[in-house]
Design a protein around this ligand. Structure first.
Ligand code: ADE
Length: 212
């Protein structure tokens, strides 16, 4: 089982995603387990989780201690662990990384907001700095969910049909279903002939050659 620990100020952003569709089923079947930890719960009432940054500059930085207290709580779960510090400056998350992360029993995600989380959280927990793309989001929640989603797909038993993992999804990104002929605003859109031919060798070749 893969357990994802999401350390976030906004768990409510993430919860619905893991209640629906394939991931929702995976949670119910105990293939994945999602845990939430909120740094706000780790500071006394009316105390802040953010503060101005050293060196000056706009925006607030999230303080290290509440994040580290959350991290400590994840340690009650046994097994192999990998900590991931979400930042647009990190190494790019790829399918290869998803395969690597799928080997762990616990993945711990540090989700920042505002100007980010104090860098010493990554240092103290030996977390890997990871980015999901060359753009800047308002927080680490979408990156964490994206990584968990892609990683979960690499786990055996998650997808209904084992072959859809590599074969159909990776080899071909253009898929079609009924009707064969689709009318939209006066134009007709047809399913490529080869896919209707029933000729498996030609179909395979066509799919391999598709421009992704
Ligand atoms: N936080 C903000 N933008 C991000 C990105 N692109 N990847 C990971 N974490 C982020």
């Amino acid at each position: 089982m893969l357990r994802a620990h999401i350390i976030t100020l906004f768990p409510e952003v993430c919860t619905p995603y893991f209640q629906c569709s394939i991931l929702g089923r995976a949670v119910k079947e105990n293939i994945i387990d999602i845990r939430y930890y909120n740094p706000i719960d780790e500071v006394p009432l009316l105390k802040r989780v953010d503060s101005r940054q050293y060196g000056g500059g706009p925006g607030m930085v999230l303080k290290a201690e509440p994040y580290l207290r959350c991290f400590n709580k994840t340690k009650q779960h046994e097994g192999t662990r990998k900590a991931i510090f979400l930042t647009p400056g990190g190494v790019l998350f790829t399918q290869e990384k998803a395969k690597e992360y799928a080997q762990y029993e616990n993945l711990i995600f540090f989700c920042g907001h505002y100007e980010g989380v104090d860098e010493r959280v990554a240092e103290a927990t030996n977390a890997e700095h990871v980015s999901i793309g060359d753009y800047i989001l308002t927080g680490g929640e979408l990156p964490a969910m994206s990584i968990i989603d892609a990683t979960a797909r690499e786990l055996p038993g998650i997808l209904g049909n084992e072959t859809s993992r590599e074969d159909a999804r990776v080899a071909s990104r253009k898929v079609y279903t009924r009707p064969e002929s689709l009318e939209y605003e006066g134009k007709t859109y047809s399913v490529p002939e080869v896919l209707r031919s029933g000729h498996h060798k030609n179909i395979d070749e066509y799919r391999q050659g598709l421009d992704r």
